[in-house]
Design a protein around this ligand. Structure first.
Ligand code: R5P
Length: 294
């Protein structure tokens, strides 16, 4: 039987594309608020004994995580066989350590919660820094997909003579994979607080006239990219392309990046954003097909 796909919290272009590529059925539900702001939730599709995929971007999850749990509980109650969470952007991965006494290890709490409610997780390039794999904190089976080949393809098609630059040591894993045969360097970053980072430039020779392409997994406050761009300018390099997998773009960061002068800002559509130029739908569909076949 065809899998059934619920787009949560609302219909998305990525969800629609995956559903069409997969030949899946659209899952229908009713969600509304009572006058006291509590949720009313009802599944309107027949999910009994069906494989269910819930496509949820997990962007700004605090606003609606409870409703997501209502959905999965209702699915289970209606007899769904397996509930796969398709989360192209997996949030709450960056607090992977207690830095100051008393801090919540939110990555673990979030992972525990999702592992209790879902049977399987499919995601793209989660921020694995101090954790080496998702299994370190998730107790359900997971598929981690990589956007690197798609990013490499974009660079090959659009940038002549690129130099890939990772703005910090954490970005090394992504830059290296995207680079393939392209040259790359990685800068050093110290983060003092949200939105305040300092970047240092390694001792490197003449970079010639190569076109800089900054690569990171996430752009959030934009401070990492902005600082790196200032350094590029100080070193006489031309305006860069900025590429990221997950366009979180909090506050005015997208505008600020555009204002500082970049050749382009290119992201994957794990989160819907005007900078999306790399479509993850075929990659996600391929992974779902193989999971559904198991
Ligand atoms: C963490 O270091 C990540 O790889 C990114 O560099 C970071 O999340 C970017 O954050 P922001 O845009 O707030 O500097």
């Amino acid at each position: 039987m065809r899998p059934i796909i619920f787009d949560f919290p609302s219909p998305s272009t990525l969800g629609k594309e995956v559903r069409e590529l997969l030949g899946g059925e659209e899952g229908k539900f009713l969600l509304r608020s009572f006058p006291d702001k509590e949720s009313y939730f009802r599944i309107e599709s027949n999910v009994t004994e069906r494989n269910v995929i819930v496509n949820a971007s997990l962007y700004h999850p605090n606003d609606w995580i409870l409703n997501l749990l209502f959905l999965t509980d209702a699915l289970r109650f209606q007899g769904a066989k397996r509930i796969v969470l398709l989360a192209p952007y997996l949030s709450y991965m960056r607090q992977d350590k207690v830095f100051q006494p008393g801090e919540a290890l939110t990555s673990v709490t979030f992972a525990n919660l999702l592992s209790r409610y879902f049977s399987y997780l499919v995601t793209v390039d989660p921020h694995l820094h101090r954790y080496h794999t998702l299994e370190d904190i998730y107790s359900i089976p997971t598929s981690v997909l990589k956007a690197a080949p798609l990013m490499t393809k974009w660079i090959k098609q659009n940038v002549e003579s690129p130099l890939l630059i990772g703005p910090d040591e954490e970005s090394l894993q992504w830059v290296k994979e995207v680079a393939g045969k392209f040259p790359y360097i990685v800068l050093k970053k110290v983060r003092y607080e949200d939105g305040h980072v300092e970047i240092t430039w390694p001792e490197i020779g003449d970079l010639g006239t190569r076109v800089p392409v900054l690569i990171d997994d996430i752009i959030s406050s934009g401070s990492t990219m902005l600082q790196a761009i200032r350094h590029l300018k100080d070193h006489g390099m031309s305006s860069p392309f900025c590429m990221a997998i997950h366009p979180v773009f909090s506050g005015n960061s997208y505008q600020e990046l555009q204002n500082i002068g970049v050749k382009g800002i290119i992201t994957c559509n794990s989160i819907l954003h005007p900078s999306n130029q790399i479509d993850l739908a075929p990659l996600l569909t391929q992974a779902l097909k193989s999971i559904m076949g198991k």
